[in-house]
Write a protein that binds this ligand. Structure first.
Ligand SMILES: [Cu+2]
Length: 317
């Protein structure tokens, strides 16, 4: 007991200045540059979020502050999200902060994302004795996943989170000093292509993650053989269903079947207030279904940015 207490105290102490935030995104290995407050909705610091009822759980502090640009990526491409601690390429996050790395997507919103709009597209937890965070550190903060190959074109928020479990043996609502630490980061992504799959899990973090969730109330200090990653299962969207497993180099997993890389150069664009930049992508889809589909029950219809909502909310198969 004495030993466990000491270990916990150590873990807690090392946390104070050992957090992480996201620095940048690469698309099929092409670095899109420093994305902080450019295409990433960057929080003011690298502190964790612990309150499961807070909208900050979704896209972190300032999550409702839209960034000016988008990363452009073709459906089926490999995205690499890069995290850091204080400076790019440093120790990334304290080694005590073991836990999963999970990735979700939602139709773009200028709001904070605290709605039932999210779909899980990749996850990595505990496998072969290694945590996703261990792999993240070994890969200098980089973690890859594949955008579903059949993902419908449009603007999205992609939210990746690190969950640090070093204090997760107690729930925050029982002991405010402890609890799982969430490091969420939301990236604005413009997806291109002719896919038809629309993310439709409608997951809401504030109600879907609970303090009793076995992947959120979890002790690293007891013996365990596996770890139940919180949230829904990874959605099948016609692409790589798995993903999330950090790989040192982006691997074209769909070489045989996939079309050659898109002609669209993956560059950062700023289409938020420039409809011409995206009308090409959406016009086809919209002639088919220019409905007010985003007017889901329970929430007011929000005028879609760039008339994009129609493509985003078409029913999935
Ligand atoms: Cu920390």
């Amino acid at each position: 007991m004495r030993f466990i207490t000491a270990a916990l105290a150590l873990a807690a102490g090392s946390c104070v200045s050992a957090h992480a935030t996201m620095f940048s995104v690469s698309v099929d290995g092409v670095d899109q540059g420093d994305g902080r407050n450019v295409y990433i909705r960057s929080p003011p610091n690298n502190n964790p979020v612990k309150d499961l009822a807070s909208p900050d759980l979704v896209c972190n502090v300032n999550g409702g502050k839209a960034a000016s640009s988008f990363v452009t990526a073709a459906a089926g491409s490999t995205l690499t999200f890069e995290w850091f601690h204080e400076n790019r390429g440093d120790d990334i996050i304290d080694g005590t902060h073991k836990g999963p790395v999970i990735t979700y997507i939602a139709p773009f919103t200028t709001g904070n994302g605290a709605q039932a709009i999210w779909t899980k597209i990749a996850e990595a937890g505990f496998a072969s004795g290694k945590w996703a965070v261990d792999t993240l550190i070994a890969n200098k903060g980089k973690t890859d996943f594949v955008l579903p190959a059949n993902l419908a074109a449009g603007q999205y928020l992609i939210r990746q989170e690190i969950i640090a479990l070093h204090e997760a043996d107690a729930a925050t609502n029982v002991n405010a000093a402890r609890g799982a630490q969430f490091y969420p980061s939301c990236v604005q992504v413009e997806v291109t292509g002719s896919g038809t799959a629309v993310p439709s899990q409608n997951f809401d973090f504030n109600t879907g993650y609970t303090s009793a969730d076995p992947g959120i109330l979890f002790s690293l200090y007891a013996s365990f053989a596996s770890y139940p990653i919180p949230g829904p299962a990874v959605a099948a969207l016609g692409g790589s269903a798995g993903g999330g497993g950090p790989a040192p180099v982006p691997v074209p997993t769909t070489t045989a079947a996939a079309a050659p890389t898109a002609t669209t150069t993956p560059i950062v664009t700023a289409p938020v207030v420039q409809p011409p930049a995206t009308t090409l992508v959406t016009s086809v889809r919209h002639t088919a279904a220019p409905t007010k589909a985003s007017a889901r029950p329970g929430r007011p219809y929000r005028a879609p940015l760039l008339q994009r909502a129609g493509s985003v909310v078409l029913p999935l198969s």
